[in-house]
Design a binder for this molecule. Structure first.
Ligand code: FES
Length: 75
């Protein structure tokens, strides 16, 4: 079983690959028909959310560069 990986693309989708399950707010799974890789919309423009339909090409810009989050606050 491969580790799930999320790849934040420049000006586009979040690619998810590996072993994953995508569920809705009620926990019902999307039937991804056996796909082991797909794009999740992060631009808000897709007509097929939560999946990317290519609409990000209409002007979505975000130069994804990795950075460190601040340390977690103690509880
Ligand atoms: S990221 Fe592709 S349509 Fe939103």
């Amino acid at each position: 079983m491969s580790k799930t990986k999320l790849i934040i693309s420049k000006n586009g989708f979040i690619k998810i690959e590996g072993d994953f399950e995508i569920v809705d707010a009620e926990g019902m799974p999307y039937n991804v028909q056996g796909r082991t890789s797909l794009g999740l919309c992060r631009c808000g423009l897709s007509a097929n959310k939560p999946f990317c339909d290519g609409s990000h090409r209409n002007g979505f810009e975000h130069d994804a560069k990795a950075f460190d989050l601040p340390p977690m606050k103690a509880k």
